[in-house]
Design a protein around this ligand. Structure first.
Ligand SMILES: CSC[C@H]1O[C@H](OP(=O)(O)O)[C@H](O)[C@@H]1O
Ligand SMILES: Nc1ncnc2[nH]cnc12
Length: 290
């Protein structure tokens, strides 16, 4: 048994959370660069919790320039065990309406301009990603969201696009009709990949803000509409977050799905061929197995 430490990555519209006991913003140094912002650290219902605004307070970082590696490293470095990602998204499904939450379980990664791994020349690793989210955390997110009175859809495929522009109509139709995606956003990749490399359980809660551009009755994405829905969603997201400590508990058993042992057999590079500089940077991410 270890202690649970919940990490919340807040997306657009969610730049802080309330109610943490002993809350303080702490700056964390990472060998992977500066995280998006300081981390808001405290305790909720006896469970340690850390909050990180993905785009920084004041929405400084674009989806492309969010320092994904530094963010995941910083969460791991302060002892986070379980990460809930909260994001805004467009919907490809009539029934996934603005204001609803989707507990995402699959991704298609169409991002092209981001660093996607902590590993590379001098220490190569290949983690499994067939199931990129943790079912245990997704269960908790679903229960918490439903308990907060939010219309919640369990399971969905999230198309991660580079952005920052929204999709063309042809892209929107391709993702919806041909690829069978359910929602679209710009930030869950490479975040989910990096969380797996860092052996962090990861769940993704996508808050629907719009119907992207495919819906004949809704036209194009309109940021003012998105922001209006986001503000309503942010309150819902805070209510959901408040229920998570009670659902996970302060004592943590190992993950039944193996997220926290993802590196057990992943590292390929022979010990004598490993790059000492990279090994030093991997201290928090892969220290357990190096
Ligand atoms: C405000 S709409 C576009 C913006 O919102 C989403 O951000 P996040 O995933 O961090 O909630 C989307 O991915 C874009 O970054
Ligand atoms: N339609 C959309 N496409 C990409 N990211 C989004 N975030 C919110 N709505 C979105």
């Amino acid at each position: 048994m270890t202690r649970t430490k919940i990490g919340i990555i807040g997306g657009s519209g969610l730049y802080e959370i309330e109610g943490l006991e002993g809350a303080e913003w702490i700056s964390v140094d990472s060998p992977w660069g500066a995280p998006s912002d300081a981390l808001l650290s405290g305790t909720l219902d006896g469970v340690e919790m850390v909050f990180l605004p993905r785009h920084g307070r004041g929405h400084v970082h674009s989806p492309t320039t969010v320092p994904y590696r530094a963010n995941i490293d910083a969460l791991k470095r302060v002892g986070v065990t379980d990460v809930f990602s909260v994001s805004a998204c467009g919907s490809f499904r009539e029934e996934m309406a603005p204001g609803d939450f989707v507990i995402v379980d699959q991704f298609i990664d169409r991002t092209v301009a981001r660093e996607k791994s902590f590993f590379g020349t001098g220490c190569t690793a290949h983690v499994a990603l067939a199931h990129p989210t943790c079912a245990r955390l997704s269960d908790a997110a679903e229960t918490a969201a439903r308990g907060a009175g939010i219309t919640t859809h369990r399971g969905g495929t999230y198309l991660a696009m580079e952005g920052p522009q929204f999709s063309t109509l042809a892209e929107s139709k391709l993702y919806r009709e041909v690829w069978g995606c359910d929602v679209i956003g710009m930030t869950n990749m490479p975040e989910a990949k990096l969380a797996r490399e860092a052996e962090l359980c990861y769940a993704s809660v996508a808050m629907v803000t719009d119907y992207d551009s495919w819906h004949p009755d809704h036209g194009e994405v309109d940021v003012s509409e998105v922001i209006k829905t986001l503000l309503g969603n942010a309150d819902k997201a805070r209510n959901m977050v408040a229920a998570l400590p009670g659902l996970l508990g302060a004592e943590r058993a190992i993950c039944p799905h193996g997220c926290d042992r993802a590196l057990d057999t992943a590292i390929m590079t022979a010990p004598e061929k490993r790059d000492p500089a990279l090994m030093a940077k991997l201290d928090a991410i892969a220290g357990r197995v190096l």
